[in-house]
Design a protein around this ligand. Sequence first.
Ligand code: CU
Length: 141
Amino acid sequence: MKRRALLATAGATLAGGAGCLGTLGSGGASCGSDCDVGMSTNAFLPEEYEVPVGTTVVWKNTSSRAHTVTAYEQGIPDDATFFASGGFESESAARDGWRDLDGGIDPNETYEQTVEVPGTYQYFCIPHERGGMVGKLVVTE
Ligand SMILES: [Cu+2]
């Protein structure tokens, strides 16, 4: 929890400056040193990201609209724990929650998840799933 609080503070500080928003259009990396995966208005940046097992992956909303990070229940390793922004325990709970706008990651906010099981994790943003806002996390041994 302490680390999360620190990250949130860092995000708020960055928001005051030029920040990442100005570079989104160029298609470059949107994250600075404070996150792994950024977000444009309709995509995760980068869409595919690889980390060693045990890594705490930090997503940051580097766009101006709210997003979610929601795992596909059928798209993660069998023995991996489901994860979703908002702390939901299933994909359907996350989808239901979003109807009340629960689980969103607001601009400049971060969401983090430690991955303990190797494999491929497919995830998406609930409001922009149909627009193709999906991502893949590859966790290596
Ligand atoms: Cu989104």
